[in-house]
Design a protein around this ligand. Structure first.
Ligand SMILES: Cc1cc2nc3c(=O)[nH]c(=O)nc-3n(C[C@H](O)[C@H](O)[C@H](O)COP(=O)(O)O)c2cc1C
Length: 173
């Protein structure tokens, strides 16, 4: 079986929690990441997402101080908050799947661009959603789902997980 580069990107992506201060993430890279997110599959093609790009050091530091598992954001030069536009999702709940797909596309695109990335959980933790909504001035119908930390890294990712036969069922449980 032949595998291609895209397959290797999916297989080798890992959460990266250490970032380098330079080089900066370019506007072109940010745009490429967002394009990847915007090409994720969504229920009835509603694309109920919007993105808040954060490159302001004070805001990144405030988030790192607030969130219990986001101290590495003190180092990260870039955060992308993926949000659900609840006025556009197919029905309540679909936006979570749609915007999770966008989030994962962005993580994989970051890996493909040679960047490290990490999904930091926001939804469904009410206190995190509320805090981030206030900080970013989100309208009431915009719900933050994930905070994606992104940066150059020198971390060597661990080996990809092997195939796990016990997770797989054929035709029935
Ligand atoms: C919904 C969600 C929430 C997560 N929240 C955090 C978080 O708050 N802090 C963190 O360091 N990692 C977080 N992660 C990353 C996971 O810990 C990571 O994906 C998992 O350990 C598997 O590692 P891998 O991404 O390298 O495969 C989150 C991932 C997901 C999908």
């Amino acid at each position: 079986m032949n595998t291609n580069t895209a397959y290797e990107i999916l297989r080798t992506r890992r959460s990266i929690r250490s970032y380098q201060a330079s080089p900066a993430i370019t506007d072109e890279e940010v745009r490429a990441l967002l394009v990847a997110g915007m090409n994720a599959p969504t229920a009835r093609n509603r694309q109920p997402w919007c993105f808040v790009v954060i490159d302001d050091r004070a805001q990144l530091d405030a988030f790192a101080d607030f969130h219990p598992y986001a101290k590495m954001v003190h180092q990260a030069p870039l955060g992308i908050v993926v949000c659900i536009d609840t006025q556009k999702e197919l029905a309540p709940g679909y936006g979570v799947a749609d915007c999770s797909n966008a989030s994962t596309n962005i993580l994989n695109a970051a890996h493909a661009l040679g960047l490290g990335s990490l999904w930091i959980g926001i939804y469904p933790r009410e206190e995190r959603m509320k805090w981030l909504s206030e900080q970013l001035g989100l309208p009431a119908h915009i719900v933050p789902l994930s905070f994606l930390a992104i940066g150059h890294t020198d971390v060597v990712a661990p080996e990809p997980r092997p195939y796990a036969e016990e997770k797989v069922h054929r035709n029935r449980w």
